[in-house]
Design a protein around this ligand. Structure first.
Ligand code: IVH
Length: 690
C-alpha cells in the first residue's frame, strides 16, 4: 500500500463502513423485523454510499447494498450472509475443549492441591446450553462458530445476530484487531416453556430441556424463527493475541465494558472453603435464574499460571467443573392414565404421589409409549424415581424393587413378578374405539378420527393455530365450548359459524363474536401452503407442506398425485406420501375440502417451474460444500428444473453428490463408504446442459 492510498483511506474506510452498516440494517429490517435506524437516516446513508461509490469506481462491488434490495434470502457479503442454506464449516483458531468434571469437595481439593500455592480461583456458573465462539475482527462480529467436533464448527453467525445482547460491532478505540469470546447460548426458561406449549398445541415433539431447544434453534435455517424464539448468550472466556489484562477476571470485566453480557455471578476465591460457600449459595439460588445451570466452573485466575498449567488432550488443567447433583425423588406411581392427541396417538401418563422437585410440585410425568413402560418394567403401585436435571419435564428413571422381588431373592423359584406385568390399554380412553399399533411405530393410536373428541377438537385447534390459518379468538377453550354446543364438528364448520350463534354463548359477547368472525374472514387469504399444513395430514409439517405446495400448486393436482410422484419431493418419503394419498381417498375429507373451497379458502398457489429437461430424472442429488458459479439455492432449483430430487443427507438412495469446495469430512466419508460418486460444479453444469 502506498502513501496515497493511506491518505485516501478515511473516505474509502467510510465507504466500507457504510456498506457494513446498511447491510446490517437490511438484516435487522428484513430478517429480524427490528430496524434500529429510521427510514430517513437509512436513505441518507444510502445516498452517501452511492456518492462514495461513484467517487471510487475501483471499489465497485456487486454485493454492495446499493446493488441489491434488502432481502431475507441469500444476501451475501460483509460477513452478513443470510445464506438460507447449510452452514459454512470453519476450523477453530483454538480447539474448543471440554472441562473435567467433579462432584465433591474432595475432588475439588484434589484439583487445588495440584495448583501453585496461593492461587486465586475464579468461580462462575456453569451454564447449561451450547458453547459458541464469537470472532471479532476490528471490533466487528464476523463469525460465530458452534463447538462442532472441537476442531471445526458451523458458522451460525446469522442466527447469533438475532440475540440482542450480542454486540455486532464494538465502537471503541481499545479493542484488539482480532479476538474471540466464548460463551454459552441458552434459551431462557420462560421462552423454553412458551415454545414447548406452542409445540404441544401443534403436536410437534417437545424439547426435553432448554439445552436441546437451544441446540435445535441454533441450527435453524431461518433467522426470523430464531429471533422469535428468543435465545440469549452468556460469555465467559476471552482468547486472542496481545489481549488486555493479566487475569481472567480482569478480561471478563473488560469484555463487560465493551458491551458483552458477562454474568454478575463471577467471584474470585482464595480457598476451598470460599469455593464451597459459593457452590452452596448457587445450588439454591440458581433456581431463581432465568436460564439453566448445571454446576460451577472453577478457573485459575492468573493467565500466566494458566499457561504454565496448560492442557491435557481434552481439557485444560487450569479449570474444572463442579456438577450439581441431579434432583431425584422416590415416589409412588399411583396410576397410569392415557392422553389422546390430535392425531390419535395415545400417550401414557404417570400419575404420581406429589413430590417436591427443583422447587415445583410434580405429580405427572410422561411415560412416552408402551415400550418405555416395558423397558423400565413399571406398573401402578411401584415406588419410582422421578428426576429433574436440566429438564423441565420430569422423567421417570427407574423403580425400587418390589416386595415380591425382594422375597424372590430368598426363594428364587417365585414367579410373582413375571405374572403381573403392566398391560397397555387396548381401548381408546376417550371414545372406546379399539386401538391400533402401526408396525414400526412405538405409538398406539385411536383410529376413530372423525368421532373421537380430542382428535376432533385437536384438529380444529391445529387448523386455527398461528402457523396454520391463524384465526385469532378461537382458542382451545372456545373450541371446546363450540364442540360441546354442537357448533363445531370439523374444520369446515368454522366457516358456517354465525354471529348470533357465537354471541349467544356465555362469556362471548357480540364484540368477541365479531372478532372471531373477522379472524375467520382473514383466514381466507392465507396462502395455499399454509392451508395444506392446516389440514393436519399426518406427518405433513409446516416445511413439508411448503415443499409439497410448491410442486403441486393446486389442490386438484395434489389430489391425484401417486405415492411415487410424491416421493420425488424433497423431504417426502413413502410414509408421508402414503398419508397424503390416504387423506385424499377418504370421502369425508373430500367433503370437507369441498366445503372449504366453497367458503373461499386459497387452494391454489404459485406454480413451481416445470422441469426444463429430464437430464436428472429419477436421480437423487445431495449438495455439499460451497460453490463459485451459483448459490446452493440456485443449484437446488437447477436439480429440480432438470427433473431430479434434492436430498439433505447421503444414503444408499443418493445418485451422486454435487460436491463444492470444503465439503464436510463426514459427508465425504459417508459418500466413500457407500460408493456414491462425487461430481464437481463444472461436471454438473456440463451434465445438465447436455
Ligand atoms: S470455560 C477451556 N466457563 O461447559 C475451557 N465453560 O462441560 C472452556 N460451560 O464446553 C470452557 N459455563 O460449553 C466455561 N462459565 C463457564 C461455562 C462453561 C458452561 C460449558 C462449555 C464447556 C462445557 C464443559
Amino acid at each position: 500500500m502506498d502513501l496515497f492510498s493511506e491518505i485516501e483511506n478515511p473516505e474509502r474506510e467510510e465507504l466500507r463502513a457504510l456498506r457494513r452498516e446498511l447491510e446490517e440494517q437490511n438484516y435487522k429490517y428484513y430478517v429480524l423485523n427490528a430496524p434500529t435506524m429510521s427510514d430517513r437516516e437509512f436513505d441518507e446513508k444510502m445516498h452517501r454510499l452511492q456518492a462514495l461509490e461513484a467517487q471510487f469506481p475501483d471499489m465497485f462491488d456487486p454485493k454492495s447494498p446499493t446493488q441489491h434490495v434488502g432481502s431475507d434470502l441469500a444476501v451475501k457479503g460483509y460477513g452478513l450472509s443470510v445464506t438460507g442454506k447449510g452452514f459454512e464449516t470453519v476450523k477453530h483458531k483454538y480447539p474448543m475443549l471440554s472441562l473435567a468434571n467433579s462432584y465433591s469437595r474432595e475432588e475439588i481439593e484434589e484439583w487445588v492441591r495440584k495448583l501453585p500455592a496461593g492461587v486465586e480461583i475464579v468461580c462462575e456458573l456453569k451454564y447449561d446450553g451450547l458453547s459458541i465462539s464469537l470472532w471479532y475482527e476490528k471490533g466487528v462480529l464476523v463469525k460465530a462458530l458452534t463447538r462442532g467436533d472441537g476442531q471445526q464448527g458451523d458458522n451460525v453467525v446469522d442466527n447469533i445476530k438475532t440475540i440482542p445482547s450480542v454486540p455486532w460491532k464494538i465502537e471503541r478505540e481499545d479493542v484488539p484487531d482480532w479476538f474471540e469470546l466464548r460463551g454459552e447460548v441458552l434459551l431462557p426458561w420462560e421462552r423454553f416453556e412458551a415454545l414447548n406449549k406452542e409445540r404441544e398445541e401443534q403436536e410437534e415433539p417437545l424439547f426435553a430441556n432448554p439445552r436441546n431447544a437451544a441446540s435445535g434453534t441454533l441450527k435453524l435455517q431461518d433467522p426470523r424463527e430464531v429471533a422469535r424464539r428468543g435465545l440469549d448468550a452468556y460469555l465467559y472466556y476471552m482468547l486472542g493475541e496481545n489481549l488486555p489484562g493479566k487475569t481472567h477476571f480482569e478480561r471478563l470485566n473488560t469484555a463487560r465494558e465493551w458491551g458483552f453480557h458477562i454474568s454478575d455471578a463471577i467471584k474470585v476465591c482464595h480457598s476451598v472453603d470460599e469455593v464451597m460457600a459459593y457452590i452452596a449459595y448457587w445450588d439454591t439460588e440458581r433456581k431463581n435464574l432465568p436460564v439453566a445451570t448445571d454446576g460451577i466452573v472453577l478457573k485459575v485466575n492468573n493467565l500466566a499460571q494458566q499457561e504454565e498449567l496448560g492442557y491435557t488432550a481434552k481439557t485444560p488443567r487450569w479449570a474444572i467443573a463442579y456438577k450439581f447433583p441431579a434432583e431425584k425423588q422416590l415416589t409412588l406411581l399411583r396410576e397410569i392414565t392415557y392422553q389422546v392427541g390430535r392425531t390419535g396417538v395415545v400417550t401414557p401418563v404417570a400419575n404420581l404421589e406429589p413430590v417436591q422437585l427443583s422447587g415445583t410440585m410434580v405429580q405427572r410425568a410422561t411415560l412416552h409409549n408402551e415400550d418405555f413402560i416395558k423397558s423400565l418394567d413399571i406398573r401402578p403401585g411401584d415406588m419410582v424415581w422421578v428426576e429433574k436435571g436440566g429438564e423441565i419435564i420430569p422423567k421417570i428413571t427407574g423403580r425400587e424393587k418390589r416386595e415380591e422381588e425382594l422375597s424372590t431373592l430368598n426363594s428364587p423359584t417365585s414367579l410373582n413378578s413375571k405374572l403381573s406385568t403392566f398391560n397397555f390399554t387396548n381401548k381408546c380412553p376417550e371414545c372406546g374405539a379399539e386401538l391400533v399399533r402401526i408396525p414400526g411405530e412405538a405409538a398406539w393410536r385411536c383410529p376413530n378420527e372423525a368421532g373421537c373428541p380430542p382428535q376432533i377438537k385437536g384438529k380444529i385447534e391445529h387448523f386455527v393455530s398461528r402457523k396454520a390459518m391463524n384465526i385469532d379468538g378461537l382458542g382451545a377453550e372456545t373450541i371446546d365450548l363450540f364442540y360441546q354446543k354442537g357448533l363445531l364438528h370439523n374444520i369446515a364448520d368454522i366457516y358456517d359459524l354465525k354471529l348470533e350463534d357465537i354471541a349467544a354463548q356465555e362469556r362471548l359477547g357480540e364484540k368477541s363474536a365479531q372478532n372471531i368472525l373477522d379472524g375467520i374472514e382473514a383466514s381466507k387469504s392465507v396462502p395455499w401452503a399454509r392451508v395444506l399444513f392446516a389440514l393436519g395430514i399426518r406427518m405433513v409439517g409446516e416445511t413439508t407442506a411448503k415443499k409439497i405446495a410448491r410442486r403441486y400448486n393446486t389442490i386438484d393436482s395434489l389430489q391425484w398425485a401417486t405415492t411415487e410422484q410424491l416421493c420425488s419431493i424433497e423431504d417426502v418419503g413413502p410414509q408421508i406420501a402414503d398419508n397424503i394419498v390416504a387423506y385424499f381417498s377418504d370421502m369425508s375429507n373430500m367433503e370437507i375440502l369441498d366445503r372449504l373451497r366453497r367458503a373461499g379458502l386459497q387452494m391454489e398457489g404459485e406454480a413451481a417451474p416445470e422441469p426444463t429437461s429430464d437430464a436428472l430424472a429419477g436421480q437423487t442429488v445431495v449438495i455439499s460444500g460451497t460453490f463459485s458459479q451459483h448459490s446452493r439455492d440456485e443449484y437446488k432449483a437447477l436439480i429440480e428444473a432438470n427433473g431430479g430430487k434434492n436430498a439433505g443427507s447421503i444414503s444408499k438412495k443418493t445418485s451422486f453428490v454435487l460436491a463444492g469446495e470444503n465439503m464436510g469430512p463426514e459427508k465425504r466419508k459417508k459418500a466413500e463408504s457407500l460408493g456414491i460418486p462425487l461430481m464437481s460444479e463444472e461436471e454438473f453444469l456440463e451434465r445438465i446442459t447436455l
